[in-house]
Design a protein around this ligand. Structure first.
Ligand code: GAR
Length: 214
């Protein structure tokens, strides 16, 4: 008998959606366990992630920040949309808007984010997308990587679920480093973390994540 897919996932996106694609592909391969991607929510219209959702037959919606008076009103709309869709797990996959307090209250330890560096390096306000890789190259680090963490009110500071290191090469540009980190780390650890959540294997104690069965 097929496993019941009863963990309803929303993926929040702002851009190309390659991490969304990694999740879609993982679900197709049966690698999200009880998880099912039910909704893709974009922060702006026209982003390629929405085409990926359509191609996979996943419902999508757009909530544009500038159509709301302030961050609080935007967050309220976000919460309403996710609650109406009966979402259990929210995944921020390149979602470039800092979400407000009501989200943490509604989804405590139920929001995952993928960040393209080894937190606590190169993270926090202003560190997003290519800026992260520019900063890593400017510092001359020899390894960087990606982190999946639970989202808490302090930007990029929530409990860490999984990390994966990736080699930095001397001739890297921000773009080549971004691509290697996506391919070797983000697209692997994000679906893996989502599966661990859906399998009920993650617990958070004193700001640390413990993985059952490891
Ligand atoms: C990814 O590299 C993700 O880690 C990063 O944005 C990119 C989105 O790409 N997120 C952040 O920088 C958040 N601080 P994608 O749309 O192709 O998944």
């Amino acid at each position: 008998m097929a496993m019941e897919k009863n963990v309803r996932i929303a993926v929040l996106v702002s851009g190309g959606g390659t991490n969304l694609q990694a999740l879609i592909d993982a679900e197709k391969r049966g690698e999200l366990g009880r998880g099912s991607i039910c909704l893709v929510l974009a922060s702006k219209p026209g982003v390629y992630a929405l085409e990926r959702a359509a191609a996979a037959g996943i419902e999508s919606t757009v909530l544009t920040r500038k159509e709301y008076a302030d961050a609080k009103a935007y967050t309220a709309a976000l919460v309403d949309t996710l609650v109406a869709a009966r979402i259990d797990l929210v995944v921020l996959a390149g979602f470039m808007i800092i979400i407000g307090e009501q989200m943490y209250k509604q989804f405590p330890n139920r929001i995952l984010n993928v960040h393209p560096a080894l937190i606590p390096s190169f993270c926090g306000p202003g560190f997003y997308g290519l800026h992260v890789h520019e900063a890593a190259l400017a510092k001359g680090v020899k390894v960087s990587g990606a982190t999946v963490h639970f989202v808490t009110p302090e930007c990029d500071a929530g409990p860490i679920v999984l990390q994966k290191a990736v080699e930095v090469k001397e001739d890297d540009t921000p773009e080549t480093l971004q691509k290697r980190i996506m391919e070797q780390a983000e697209w692997k650890i994000l679906p893996k973390a989502v599966r661990l959540f859906c399998d009920g294997r993650l617990t958070v104690e004193n700001d640390k994540v413990y993985v059952k069965g490891e």
